[in-house]
Design a protein around this ligand. Structure first.
Ligand code: ARG
Length: 572
């Protein structure tokens, strides 16, 4: 039982001893949730606000705080004092240090992990790139938020299924084949990759302005894909292969992988029964020649299922995909990590599933996020103002290499470290704010080794490793935990002790940035400790305690970085 849980349990006990008759009291678990960490450590290590007790106890909060503090007695807590309706707890610092260090030692490299998700499955739909389009910065957030959430849920014991719901269906692919047949060549596309496909698509639109009959030709090619025409399918699957090969380089740089690439085209032959089901359940209505599910009761525009020309759309495939995923994986939750622009789409799809009678519709969650701009400029594919992720990542690596050459000329393997640092800097930036906030990517901030950045946290980790390399002679002494009772050590210990709660919160709120925040705070607290204290000096038993604390910081930072998809080099 951790210290917060114990304080909460003891507080609950104390309350029921003083007020044995009271009704409607919060549970010990609820009390734990109310325990806060005062911003100023002079106010205690933890504070319990008594306001929630005022009604059930029919007593003013300051009076409650006084009575509880008066009655309180327990060894873990050195003292407790009532201040303005709060109980301020001051821990026994040595016990606190010992307890955390023992918990960490027992947890090994899995501190903060749990098996609370055992037997439960989470599907995560993320990255979900589009065929024949280059991987640009607009797909960075979905890729990294999804990847991080997958690791977080894995760490909490869930079974996870990472799905790249490829955008590989639509009339644009007919146009692309048409353009390829007219103006493209095999060598050119093989050489140019997705960029060559994009160029063909642009050419198609330019030419179609002059000659509208091209649109019909494009449609005819799409019809061929739909009808399973051999040539059309061969070209189309080649385009797909090219796109995935290009994307694989980016995924490789980012360390991201998937369990399934079942995209939109995967559902083409699975939609008919779903449409029939909608019809049988009386949910389909005709509207201007199209078939829709009316959602006016829910204040939403109708969800389009079949267009006037008989074609299905994005939403039809998402409905089918959700049902398929439930039948295949029996998910307890299905997360869709997709930009906020698709908010209405997912609300419609989830509502239609509910109307179909699927109670698990409530387990589908749209995890939305804001936009990324680059050095202050908004990005838009249409204006050609995009930043390709592969270029961005390579540039980040080059810039990191330059900085490393200057700062650490003797470092071995500079290229490998620069890769970890450069890419880490991009990922950190992406996951450094609440996901719903827009992000402005700036080089000077991302690669600032002294500010709140990926390199800063990685550097702190490497610093811990370096201290530990020098500390090997001390490993024999049994640690004296009284060496960790100073303010800096305690501040660091407090942050470490809360790390498991942070992971759980990040999972509950689908918010990897909470972990980014926590590792940054821990890195800052460690650096403060490092500047104020000489870790390897003095009594061996005391040094052993400080070394153990350094190792604790190292491990928690490493785990935290791993959970957000960032590597932790041992030397920088
Ligand atoms: N391919 C889509 C896009 O780039 C995202 C797909 C998200 N997933 C889904 N099941 N709709 O906008």
């Amino acid at each position: 039982m951790d210290i917060m849980t114990r304080i909460a349990a003891l507080t609950a006990e104390c309350i029921s001893t003083l007020w044995p008759e009271a009704q409607g009291l919060p549970s010990a678990e609820e009390l734990r949730g109310l325990l806060a960490v005062p911003p100023d450590p002079a106010m205690g290590d933890y504070a319990f606000p008594c306001f929630r007790l005022a009604r059930p106890l029919r007593t003013a909060p300051p009076k409650i705080a006084e009575a509880l503090c008066e009655a309180w007695s327990h060894g873990d807590v050195a003292s407790v004092s009532p201040v303005n309706g709060y109980m301020n707890f001051f821990l026994n610092r040595e016990n606190f240090a010992r307890e955390i260090m023992e918990t960490l030692a027992a947890a090994g490299d899995r501190f903060g992990s749990s098996d609370e998700g055992k037997g439960k499955t989470v599907c995560l739909d993320y990255s979900s790139i589009n065929i024949a389009k280059r991987f640009h910065i607009g797909h960075l957030s979905t890729t990294m938020i999804g990847h991080s959430l997958k690791r977080i849920y894995d760490y909490l014991g869930y079974t996870t299924v990472g799905i790249n719901h490829l955008g590989d269906w639509g009339t644009q692919f007919g146009k692309m084949i048409c353009a390829y047949k007219k103006w493209g060549s095999e060598e050119e596309v093989a050489r140019g990759g997705v960029a060559a496909l994009e160029a063909l698509y642009v050419r198609f639109h330019e030419e179609a302005e002059k000659d509208p009959s091209l649109e019909d030709e494009g449609r005819a090619w799409f019809k061929k894909i739909e009808d399973g025409d051999e040539e059309a399918l061969a070209i189309f699957s080649w385009f797909k292969e090219i796109t995935l090969k290009d994307a694989a380089r980016v995924y490789d740089m980012l360390g991201v992988s998937f369990d399934s690439y079942a995209g939109e085209s995967f559902y083409i032959d699975k939609m008919e029964p779903v449409i029939q089901e909608l019809r049988d359940k009386g949910l389909l209505t005709q509207s201007e020649g199209a078939w829709v599910v009316d959602l006016s009761e829910d204040d939403m525009p109708p969800c389009l299922i079949i267009k006037k020309d008989g074609a299905t759309i994005y939403a039809t495939r998402d409905l089918t995909a959700a049902i398929y995923r439930q039948n295949t994986y029996h998910f307890d939750r299905c997360l869709y990590v997709v930009a906020y622009q698709q908010d209405l789409h997912f609300r419609q799809v989830f509502r239609v599933l509910e109307k179909m009678g699927y109670s698990w519709a409530k387990d589908c969650v749209h995890v939305s996020f804001g936009m990324v701009s680059f050095e202050g400029a908004a990005l838009s594919t249409r204006k050609g103002n995009t930043v390709h992720l592969e270029d961005l990542l390579s540039q980040a690596v080059d810039k990191a290499l330059e900085i490393i050459r200057e700062k650490s000329p003797d470092l071995e393997d500079k290229e490998a470290v620069a890769r970890q640092v450069g890419i880490g800097a991009v990922i950190y930036t992406d996951l450094s704010n609440n996901r719903i906030k827009d992000i402005d990517f700036r080089w000077d901030r991302a690669l600032n080794f002294d500010g709140e950045s990926g390199p800063y946290v990685q550097y702190t980790h490497a610093r811990c490793c370096s201290v530990l390399r020098k500390a090997q002679d001390f490993s024999a002494a049994a640690p004296d935990w009284s060496a960790l009772t100073d303010d800096e050590a305690q501040a660091l210990l407090r942050l470490i002790s809360r790390f498991p709660d942070v992971i759980r919160d990040a999972a509950d709120k689908y918010e990897p940035s909470m972990i980014t925040r926590a590792v940054t705070d821990i890195a800052q607290a460690f650096n403060k400790y490092y500047y104020e204290h000489r870790i390897l000096d003095g009594e061996p038993a005391q040094a052993a305690a400080r070394i153990a604390l350094t190792d604790a910081a190292r491990r928690v930072i490493r785990t935290g970085l791993w959970l957000i998809g960032i590597e932790a080099p041992e030397r920088m």
